[in-house]
Design a protein around this ligand. Structure first.
Ligand code: GRG
Length: 298
């Protein structure tokens, strides 16, 4: 099997097991309140690239982490991600009607339900991460809960979203744009990598090397996202294309232009690969995933 085929098989297997892991951890839609549970499942299942679960599994593979623990942390991070998408799509934020190729939750259900879907997914993520004996050292598990809390809250994703909302129509510097994305998109990507590594009992030196890798990949993900928003079409993206420009949002493309944004993506990709050098072949999946994040078309 060529390396590209091997990666594709691995990626599909992680995406499939993530779907199953999420399915098992979400309440059945027959359980009261049935409409809320139906909407949580609608938002979470059957779509998305599952980049954060893939990162958690790839980081775990560096340390031979048990697959069941990785399914648990991957599910928790994906639930936070889905909650952020559902809230981001609400009329009071990005006001979008299409996500993962289907109507957004507030269109398919209603706004109040979409609010509650986000709230409930966020709570469930922490409940899932608190699974008894997820890792052998309970103190480590407490650190993992704190890590996800920090990544999701006002010093992480929610804070980045606040800066994003404030920046609409503003001229901002490249440093301010980077601050926004390190928080809005990067914090959860970093959490996915570190939680995966924690499942394999990574030590503090290893965690800090992976944090450096994850910081580069988080920004890389966003630069590529900005490029795709200008270059790809709505059908391919499964969400409305060209929204950043339409909403007058500062992006890497609006600040740097397309060709410098592409050059920045190449630079960040190279830095991400370099950050993995001490892990040798054990980081093969992380290397492959980094290249996938650059080459993705949606
Ligand atoms: C509402 C607290 C709160 C936060 C929202 C992450 C976020 C903050 C909003 C999402 C809006 C957006 C388009 C962000 C840019 C990068 C990004 C996170 C894209 C969506 O992630 P993908 O491409 O989506 O991994 P899939 O559907 O593949 O999971």
């Amino acid at each position: 099997m060529t390396p590209a085929n091997d990666f594709s098989v691995w990626m599909q297997s992680i995406q499939a097991r993530t779907e199953t892991a999420l399915d098992h951890r979400l309440p059945a839609k027959t359980i009261v309140p049935t409409r809320l549970h139906d909407a949580m499942r609608y938002a979470t299942l059957g779509g998305g690239k599952r980049v954060r679960p893939l990162l958690a599994h790839a980081a775990g593979s560096v340390f031979n982490a048990p697959a069941e623990a990785l399914d648990t942390v991957a599910s928790a991070v994906e639930m936070i991600h889905v909650y952020s998408l559902v809230h981001d799509d609400l009329p009071c934020m990005d006001d979008d009607v299409l996500r993962r190729g289907k109507p957004t939750v507030h269109i398919e259900f209603d706004e109040a339900t979409a609010m509650l879907v986000g709230d409930a997914l966020q709570a469930l993520a922490f409940q899932v991460l608190a699974t008894p004996s997820l890792v052998s050292d309970s103190q480590r598990q407490v650190s993992m809960l704190a890590l996800l809390g920090q990544a999701s809250g006002s010093r992480g994703m929610a804070g980045g979203q606040a800066v994003d909302l404030d920046s609409v129509g503003q001229q901002i510097t490249l440093e301010a744009l980077e601050f926004m994305h390190i928080h809005k998109t990067g914090a959860l990507i970093r959490a996915a990598v570190l939680l995966g590594a924690h499942c394999g009992n990574a030590d503090t030196t290893e965690l800090s090397k992976l944090a450096h890798y994850a910081n580069r990949v988080g920004l890389l993900f966003q630069v590529v996202d900005d490029i795709l928003d200008t270059e790809a079409d709505t059908a391919t993206l499964g969400k409305t294309a060209g929204k950043d420009e339409a909403q007058n949002k500062p992006t890497y493309v609006s600040l740097l232009g397309l060709s410098r944004a592409k050059a920045l993506a190449t630079e960040l990709r190279d830095e991400a690969h370099a950050a993995l050098v001490d892990f040798g072949d054990r980081a093969q999946r992380l290397h492959q995933l980094t290249d996938f994040i650059v080459a993705r078309s949606f």
